[in-house]
Design a protein around this ligand. Structure first.
Ligand code: MOS
Length: 749
């Protein structure tokens, strides 16, 4: 089915199941510890062996020699696989560095061997006996230094690494009020609960991996490419995922080394990346340096907007696209954005929740606060003053899930002036201000005291694209009237199981508990997967398409006109006829399978999600400790398919925004080239005690240009702007403007 005309009234609009705050249908499995995560698939792999991955002990250089003898003799050891013994390996489309290094070492903790033994403990113990002789080379580990040699990333954004409208330099010079600020954001790690983990088993030349992965089809292809075997020879199964945040968009060394270990031993092999290895071994959100210049008239009208961003990655790597939202959020005739990529020899940079926008808002929305202060204008009013209903800059291309870069894109860059399909940023700001009690904010910093706490409020706007991509599913109706949905879509803790079940239930007129949802298996139709905030909208559209096919099959079977058939209350009705759904399948299951493809419609308008974040903080007047006291997000993101799971997404994202504002930072060892705090003890993220109060409001909207369900995504919108709102609140509380994230207390004293 092709989505190429705006959605009209359809069965989803009944809203009997879709749009209701249904509990997660996988919730019981998860909360009782019975959801089978990859490493726990005791049912699928009899008598498995265990692999322990050895990561390189240098940041850059080569391996002179490896002494494996002692390890080979150690108790229980079955095999040791290195680049030398593995034979020629390929590289997946989505991987920058090789997943099994040697003799060249590209980054610290790049895998250089896997030791496979009878037990986990034996593999770990034997790995300590492997002696690697390294020749260390000089590496580039300092973004601030590498910045001057940074280049425009070729082709990463279809020519939209940079954009320019009007005469920025002239307009900025002439602007009566100016802000020129540089912000820095640190490297960050996803810190998901479940580490990367895989069980691999060969049956002849057929490989099956049970793994933890957001993108089943990408990763199936990339695993095959890495192992140099046909894609059809790989089955990838990933039904439960303990968090991803972008860190599991790609095949990583656990899957490759489990497969190689299994091949070497003739046994199923289990590999999990130990936490202390994982952070340098896998991907991270890269640090950025961002300069924002804003020029405005005294009434607050922006006349000049520039945002320049620098980040670094390994050779052939990818930039952080921090300038995206700056092309979209505010009107202004003269504009400039640039993206520059430096070469660094740190571990691989890549996507992390709202890649680009998450960091970009930390600069832009703090600069807007600085401008409001200079103007003596309310920061909510400043944003409203500069609203636009058309794209003010060359629009960034839509995130392209098929492209190499999950955060970048391949869609055509569109001209300025294109309308947004929906844009209720002003409503988000107004409603948020009203609900939050913004009028109680004292515009003068450092004035409000609550005991030892200095209290302040901050606001930020939020922008994130609403990409969609082809997604397929199949649906089956059986004689009990039960419906089974199968798609390779993943649920990374987001609620995919539930909204997919709700979609099928609504389309077929059955209650949610009559729907079985089966996800995350490459034997199912290829879905959008989970990433870039495209998963909910795309995958439910695919289920919609498959259900349309099944409805047709049911109508045909019953001799009804499909266009006139109404599916409700477990029945199919047409004219005066009324048949129980299960009777349609009495002689055998009926099935429907289809993909939703998104046509040119998505190019006719700019589809985006908007929001506003309000935060109140307390800053200890003596120690400068910052505590977030209250948070509110107002989101405009099309039809909300399930307000409960959507709210969970947004409060999770807001929590991550608190981490990003106040604590998260990978500390770079600039001599040796590694992230020093590579565990959960020293990489700090918020805990419950850090988050006393959160509210989320969804505007009641549907976007017929987005999908047949008129839905978008919220999982990444929720983090955009949060950190800036916190930094702005800290400034309001204290009068101190910290432009170097995270805003730790040492920077406030
Ligand atoms: Mo997302 S960072 O594309 O999982």
């Amino acid at each position: 089915m092709k989505f190429d005309t705006p959605a009209t009234t359809n069965p989803i609009d009944q809203g009997k199941v879709v749009g209701k705050p249904a509990d997660r249908i996988d919730g019981l499995l998860k909360t009782t510890g019975t959801a089978p995560y990859a490493y726990e698939r005791h049912d699928v792999a009899a008598n498995p062996a265990y692999g322990w991955v050895i990561g390189a002990g240098i940041g850059k250089g080569r391996i002179r020699s490896m002494d494996l003898e002692a390890a080979r003799q150690a108790p229980g050891v079955l095999a040791i696989v290195t680049a030398q013994s593995a034979g020629a390996l390929g590289k997946g489309r989505m991987n920058t560095a090789k997943l099994l290094g040697g003799p060249e070492v590209d980054h610290y903790h790049q895998a250089v061997a896997v030791v496979v033994a009878e037990t986990f403990e034996q593999a770990r113990a034997a790995a300590q006996l492997v002696k690697v002789d390294y020749e260390r080379a000089a590496g580039r580990f300092d973004l601030a230094k590498a910045k001057d040699d940074a280049a425009k990333p070729d082709d990463m954004f279809d020519g939209s690494a940079d954009s320019s409208v009007g005469d920025f330099a002239g307009a900025f010079a002439a602007a009566p009020v100016q802000v020129d600020s540089t912000y820095t954001t640190p490297d960050q790690t996803h810190a998901m609960m479940e580490p990367h983990a895989t069980i691999a088993a060969w049956n002849g030349d057929q490989l099956t991996v049970w793994t933890s992965n957001q993108m089943v089809d990408w990763s199936r292809g990339d695993l095959a490419a890495t192992l140099k075997i046909p894609k059809e020879k790989v089955r990838l199964v990933s039904p439960f995922i303990g968090g991803g945040f972008g860190g599991k968009l790609f095949v990583r060394s656990d899957a490759v080394l489990a497969a190689l270990g299994a091949r070497a031993t003739g046994r199923p092999v289990k590999v999990t990346l130990q936490r202390a290895l994982m952070i340098n071994n896998t991907t991270h959100r890269p640090a950025t340096i961002q300069r924002v210049r804003l020029g405005a008239n005294r009434d607050g009208t922006l006349t000049a907007i520039a945002h320049e961003s620098w980040s670094g990655d390994l050779p052939e790597g990818k930039p952080d696209s921090a300038v995206h939202q700056t092309r979209m959020l505010y009107a202004g005739a003269n504009r400039l954005t640039t993206t520059r990529l430096a070469t660094l020899d740190l571990p691989e940079a890549n996507a992390m929740r709202a890649p680009g926008e998450a960091t970009g808002h930390m600069a832009l929305e703090a600069a807007m606060d600085e401008l409001a202060e200079k103007l003596g204008m309310d920061p909510v009013q400043l944003r409203i003053r500069n609203d636009t209903q058309v794209v003010p800059d060359h629009s960034p291309p839509k995130d392209d899930p098929q492209g190499r870069n999950a955060q970048a894109a391949s869609g055509q860059s569109r001209a300025a002036g294109q309308p947004f399909s929906q844009r209720q940023l002003v409503r988000c700001l107004q409603l948020g201000a009203e609900r939050f009690g913004w009028n109680r904010r004292n515009a003068k910093p450092g004035q409000v005291r609550d005991g030892r706490w200095l209290v302040g409020m901050g606001v930020a706007a939020a922008y994130r694209g609403a990409p969609t991509t082809k997604s397929a599913a199949r649906v089956r109706l059986d004689r009990r009237g039960m419906v089974t949905v199968e798609t390779d879509m993943t649920d990374i803790g987001t609620g995919s199981y539930t909204i997919i079940g709700q979609t099928a239930a609504e389309m077929l007129g059955v209650p949610l508990n009559s729907v079985f949802v089966r996800l995350g298996d490459s034997e199912f139709p290829v879905s959008s997967g989970s990433g870039g905030q495209w998963g909910a909208a795309s995958s439910t559209a695919g289920v919609y398409a498959a259900c349309v096919k099944l409805r047709e099959a049911v109508a045909r079977k019953l001799g009804l006109d499909p266009a006139a058939a109404v599916f409700a209350d477990g029945q199919v009705r047409a004219g005066s006829r009324r048949v129980a759904l299960r009777d349609a399948a009495a002689q055998g299951d009926l099935a429907g399978e289809d993909a939703m493809e998104f046509g040119d419609l998505s190019k006719k308008t700019q589809q985006s999600t908007f929001g506003a974040h309000f935060v109140e903080v307390g800053v200890d007047a003596f120690t400068a400790e910052v505590r977030v006291r209250r948070m509110l997000a107002v989101c405009a993101a099309g039809r909300i398919l399930n307000p409960k799971t959507a709210r969970s997404q947004v409060i999770g994202a807001m929590t991550m925004g608190v981490g990003s504002a106040l604590m998260e930072e990978l500390a770079v060892d600039r001599r040796l080239g590694l992230f020093v705090n590579h565990d959960l003890a020293s990489y700090e993220v918020p805990v419950h005690a850090d988050i006393p109060h959160q509210d989320v409001i969804f505007l009641d909207e549907t976007d017929p240009m987005a999908t047949p369900l008129k839905a978008k995504g919220v999982g990444e919108l929720g983090i955009c702007g949060v950190s800036a709102a916190i930094a702005n609140a800290i400034h309001n509380a204290t009068g101190v403007r910290v432009r170097d994230y995270p805003v730790t207390l040492d920077k406030l004293l």
